[in-house]
Design a protein around this ligand. Structure first.
Ligand code: PRP
Ligand code: MN
Ligand code: MG
Length: 193
């Protein structure tokens, strides 16, 4: 068996750089959440956000709830379908709550815009977004926060298809502890994905 990182061309952020930046974002988020009267609901977008969420919340020392939604836009390929689908919904009631949506990456913005509208319909009183990577070069939809929500971001990502630290290509590479760029030959040849 080959190692998980066999298809990686180069590393953009090492495991140590990831950890350091997560600590900084967590400190910023913790300070803001501490100022709120009620516990927030931290909502991870499965699957990609699972590692960032786990590393983030254990560094945010305030009372908070954790839940997940599953929103999928990409299927097995590298291009957004532009039509996100919620394939698993929240367990926690977010009505009247401050929600912090946690993402691994904001690319076109389709996934987040769709999810924010969904959370607003469920009565969230304010919505922040905390994404590990932000790729503004690819944005198609502006992210509209709700109420006094804030946008937190780890790193601005250059316009490569990146994997690792939760991010996949065809469901693989999520377990890499760093963010890397795939070797071009790892992509499927057909462009219809
Ligand atoms: C990826 C990523 C974000 C979203 C960002 O999820 O994890 O959720 O796409 O792209 P966008 O801003 O263009 O919408 P994906 O649909 O691949 O599902 P996954 O998290 O299960 O990998
Ligand atoms: Mn995702
Ligand atoms: Mg994906």
């Amino acid at each position: 068996m080959v190692s998980a990182e066999a298809g990686i061309d180069r590393v953009l952020w090492t495991e140590a750089e990831v950890a350091a930046r997560v600590g900084e974002v967590a400190a910023e988020l913790a300070a803001d959440l501490r100022a709120r009267p009620e516990p927030a609901v931290v909502v991870g977008v499965a699957t990609g956000a699972f590692l960032f969420l786990a590393d983030l919340v254990r560094r945010v020392d305030v009372p908070l709830a954790v839940d997940f939604v599953r929103v999928e836009s990409y299927g097995g390929g590298t291009e957004s379908s532009g039509e996100p689908r919620i394939t698993a919904d929240l367990k926690v009631d977010v009505a009247g709550k401050h929600v912090v949506v946690v993402e691994d990456i904001v690319d076109t913005g389709n996934t987040l815009s769709y999810l924010i509208a969904h959370l607003e319909k469920k009565g969230a009183s304010s919505i922040s977004v905390c994404t590990f990577l932000d790729k503004p070069a690819r944005r198609k939809v502006n992210i509209q926060l709700v109420g006094d929500g804030k946008f937190y971001s780890g790193f601005e990502c250059p316009d490569y298809f990146v994997v690792g630290y939760g991010l996949d290509y065809a469901e693989l590479y999520r377990n890499l502890p760093f963010i890397g760029v795939l070797k071009p030959e790892m992509y499927k040849k057909d462009s219809s994905n």
